[in-house]
Every structure is written in C-alpha cells, then in structure tokens.
Design a protein around this ligand. Structure first.
Ligand code: GLY
Length: 343
C-alpha cells in the first residue's frame, strides 16, 4: 500500500481526482487510497492482502486487461481476474496455495453482477482458471458447486484437467510447513492439534518433507485472494474473486470467497471485493457490509474504511470498491493493487 507516488502518476495521467492517503503507518490502522470517477469504465484490482506493493504493476496490467475486454462489467471483472490467475506469484489459479499434504490444490472463486446474479465454486481442483468456472455456474440453475462435483462440472464444460502447480507455490508450501512443524505458523494452528484432525488421504508430513536441509526456505511472501471490481460504461457493476485459500487448512476448508455476501458483493450502488482472513470475513459478511454503506449513500472510500474499522488489525483484510462516484482501496497490511479508467 506504500505506492502513493505511483498512484499519483496514474491519476494525473487519467481523468481521476485523488484524495490523499491516510497519513499514518499501516500498523496503526488501514491505509486507504481513493479516486473520484467521471463517467465511463473503472476497473480496480487487488493481488491479495499480503502481496508486496512491487507486484502492483501486474495488478495494473490486470485492470487494463479488464478495461479492454469486450462486453460488460462481468466480462471485464473476469478478464482482470484471469490475468492474475495466470501469474504464478499470486495465490489463485496457477499460483494457488498447495495444501498441507503438499500435493492438493483446492480453489474457490465467485462472480456477482449488479442485477443480483451470483455464482461460485468451492474446493475446486484440477482447473487453471476457477473464476471462469464460477462464471459458467451462472448458466446453471445453481449458485454454488463444491468439491468433486464442481471439478467434474468444469471438465465437462471443457476446462482442461490439470493441477495448477508453480515453483512459487511449492516454495511457499515448504516455508509454511516448516513454520507449522516448528509451532510458529500462526493462523490459529499453533494451539490446534492439526494432526488429530488430519483428513487428507496421505499421512501428515514430517520434518523431512520441508527440504533436504531441513531449514525454513527463503522468504516467499504468501498472499491471499485476487479480485476485481468494475463499473462498466453503461453504469452497471460486477465483482469477481479467485483464491487458493489460506496456507494452513484441513482438506475441504472453504473461505469467504464463494459465500454469498462475504467475499464479494455487487448491486446498483456499486461493487466490493475482499481479501484476507476468510473465517473473519465470513463472520462479518464483509462485502455486503461495505456494499450496504454505499447503498446508504457513503462513498466507496467511506465504505471501505467502515469495513476496516469493524475488522480490527489482528486479522488481515484488504478491500476494493467502486461506487457511482468513486473507487477505493483499503488494507491493514501491504497489498498490491491496480486501477484503470480509460477514456
Ligand atoms: N480470503 C480467502 C480465504 O480465506 O480463503
């Protein structure tokens, strides 16, 4: 979130007016950035809370890819998220987290449009672009497909059967595993007897699985869900999200992304997409909470700040939102993000 000078350049080069970021360190509360929108397309993306600001160029490319996509708000949101799913360092699609057994990749994704259409997939496996599978669910009578049924549906609808595994995700896994085995993993796992709850088909990993030297691998920052919110040229809104979930999970764990009103929300007043600790986002129905503020007349900036205030700093949270009058980004940790609003 420390990229105000770059944002300034972006804004001065476009048609937006920016408000200054909160003048306080991120550790003391959320950092926010916002811009007023004129008429026309606005795409805002995030690379997941925890992603370093240096990754923001990918998020800007994703926002531009969304803005350039033919079609409406949903097409733009999906194009932006697909762009990020195809880059290994993001925790979605090709870069999705490897789960605790060192081989399983389970992903969640969701889409929503301003006219209330919502669709999602949960614990989806063996697909490269889960957001497109979520979109495909829109064409069924259902709103959420999960597990093996979602995977079979994807393959039946023509998505290639492949496990999206990158070196970055494997390195990330080894690091998380090393910390877990040392009792330093956080995320509720230090006080949780995860071996007693182990539900993967293979036995729990031992220290030897970390790496030959048995040491914590070089720091590879794990990040969260990728997402996009869009206001299309016709004034309609959409949001899309895709995630490899959190780093420490039992088999079948599902976070906020595919849960209605939690990871994302869109309506006539705007669109919202979250990233962060899924269990806590679900507890607050965070996307709906932020959206309701915009529906009641708050700007996107006021609404994302309200979301951050109810969350607190203990758990990670990032938010992007676009309303009829502005767009906003907020996070209580570092977060790569991008924005595009072509004339
Ligand atoms: N925010 C993504 C997850 O918790 O799964």
């Amino acid at each position: 979130m420390q990229r105000w000078p770059a944002l300034m350049v972006t804004i001065l080069g476009g048609s937006l007016l920016a408000t200054a970021p909160d003048a306080r360190p991120a550790a003391m509360g959320p950092t926010t950035l916002a811009g007023a929108t004129g008429a026309g397309v606005v795409v805002v993306t995030h690379g997941g809370v925890g992603s370093p600001p240096e990754w923001s160029s990918d998020c800007e490319d994703a926002a531009r890819a969304g803005a350039a996509a033919p079609g409406g708000a949903l097409d733009a949101a999906c194009a932006a998220v697909v762009h990020l799913e195809n880059i290994c360092r993001f925790n979605a699609g090709t870069g999705a987290h490897v789960r605790l057994d060192g081989r399983t990749v389970q992903m969640d994704a969701a889409v929503m449009t301003a006219d209330g259409e919502f669709a999602a997939v949960a614990a989806l496996e063996r697909v490269r672009n889960p957001v497109l599978v979520a979109r495909e669910v829109l064409a069924t009578p259902h709103r959420l497909l999960a597990g093996e049924g979602a995977t079979r549906f994807a393959h039946r609808r023509g998505f290639a059967d492949e496990v999206p595994l990158c070196d970055e995700a494997l390195a990330n896994y080894r690091r998380r595993l090393a910390l877990l085995l040392e009792g330093r993993a956080g995320g509720g796992y230090d006080a949780f007897d995860w071996r007693a709850a182990w539900n993967y088909p293979t036995p729990p990993p031992e220290a030897a699985a970390v790496d030959p030297a048995g040491s914590v691998p070089p720091r590879v920052e794990p990040s969260d869900t990728v997402g996009a919110v869009v206001r299309a040229a016709d004034g309609t809104f959409a949001a899309a999200l895709s995630t490899g979930g959190t780093g420490l999970t039992l088999y079948g764990r599902v976070g906020d992304v595919p849960i209605y009103g939690c990871g994302l929300y869109a309506g006539p007043a705007g669109a919202v997409a979250c990233t962060g600790h899924g269990e806590e986002i679900i507890r607050h129905a965070m996307a709906r909470l932020v959206y309701e503020r915009m529906a009641a007349g708050d700007s996107a900036r006021e609404a994302v700040l309200a979301g951050c205030r109810v969350f607190g700093d203990e758990w990670s949270l990032g938010l992007i939102a676009v309303s009829r009058s502005d767009w906003a980004v907020a996070a209580n940790r570092d977060m790569a993000w991008g924005q595009a609003s072509p004339r």
